[in-house]
Design a protein around this ligand. Structure first.
Ligand code: AMP
Length: 280
């Protein structure tokens, strides 16, 4: 596996791998777990070459968020990435991606970025779409792989790709979970044993809402009440949001008549955890 820290090294690495090859690209912020590895495996199976980036992107963190505390372990990550079949690992410094004076951003406007995570993190998706664009420009992947775990990120990136006619296919991979149901996340490392046990309420409340939906319930209010009341039984959990929206557009709905996304964000002190389920 080649490791590139600079854009020059990245370009050389891509040239050496062959410009006529199909490239599967997996952008990450590192501290890799089986969720990331599922994306790398998928990319590896569908493309000639697999490129992974590890970049804790400063522009998607607001002041006071966990940019500095975000877990990092490059040595472990590079071993895991290599074992999963990565051909080229891009691990740039922020100054490489955002040279002094850089002031250009890519922003998807509208409800899709204002809802859900956009409420408590109003500048987050602007940072995400900007860095993903920069990485797409540098790597020019055939396909890029994202996890359904970050459902709103998937919706926003798909919209950006459509709106800007970007020449890349977006592949979405299912949520990878611990045996007990907790969605894997680099931020799970922040959880105390007690918080870890209470955090099961995310997947459990979504499963309960899905069971209600499958028994015939179509009222968003009733399903949302189920999510909120179940999460609120956990003393350490603070709900950031618990919402049910149209799956494609993330528009508000009152009754489910087309695939819907039930999504929750819950804070446990230092860790803000996300999970979701599709009601289809
Ligand atoms: P991150 O490093 O958290 O920015 O995530 C990088 C990519 O991995 C994103 O596309 C995430 O949606 C995806 N990802 C993170 N956690 C999981 C998971 N538990 N299952 C599947 N994909 C995931």
């Amino acid at each position: 596996m080649k490791i590139a820290k600079t854009i020059t090294e990245l370009k050389t690495g891509l040239e050496e791998l062959g410009r006529d090859k199909t490239i599967g690209f997996v952008p990450t912020m590192g501290y890799l777990h089986d969720g990331h590895l599922s994306l790398i495996n998928k990319a590896q199976g569908q493309n000639d070459v697999t490129v992974v980036s590890i970049f804790v992107n400063p522009t998607q963190f607001a002041p006071g968020e966990d940019l500095d505390a975000y877990p990092r372990d490059f040595d472990r990550d590079s071993q895991l990435a290599e074992a999963a079949g990565t051909d080229l690992l891009f691990f740039p410094d922020p100054a490489e991606i955002y040279p002094a004076g850089a002031s250009t951003f890519v922003e998807v406007e509208g409800e899709i970025t204002r809802k859900l995570c956009g409420q408590s993190r109003p500048t987050h998706f602007k940072g995400v779409t900007t860095v993903v664009n920069i990485l797409f420009n540098l790597i020019q992947p055939t396909r890029a792989y994202f996890g359904q775990k970050d459902a709103q990120q998937v919706a926003v990136i798909k919209k950006m790709v459509r709106d800007l006619h970007l020449p890349v296919q977006i592949a979405v991979c299912p949520i990878v979970r611990e045996a007990d149901g907790l969605a894997l996340s680099s931020r799970n490392v922040f959880l105390s044993p007690e918080q870890r046990s209470e955090a099961l309420v995310l997947s459990q409340s979504l499963a309960a809402a899905k069971a209600l939906y499958e028994s015939g319930e179509r009222s968003v209010k009733v399903l949302k009440d189920q999510l909120v009341s179940q999460i609120n039984t956990m003393p350490l959990a603070i709900i950031d949001y618990a919402d049910i929206l149209d799956f494609e557009t993330l528009a508000d709905i009152e009754t489910i008549t087309a695939p819907a996304l039930a999504a929750v964000a819950v804070r446990f002190e230092k860790a803000r955890l996300l999970d979701n389920i599709i009601l289809d």
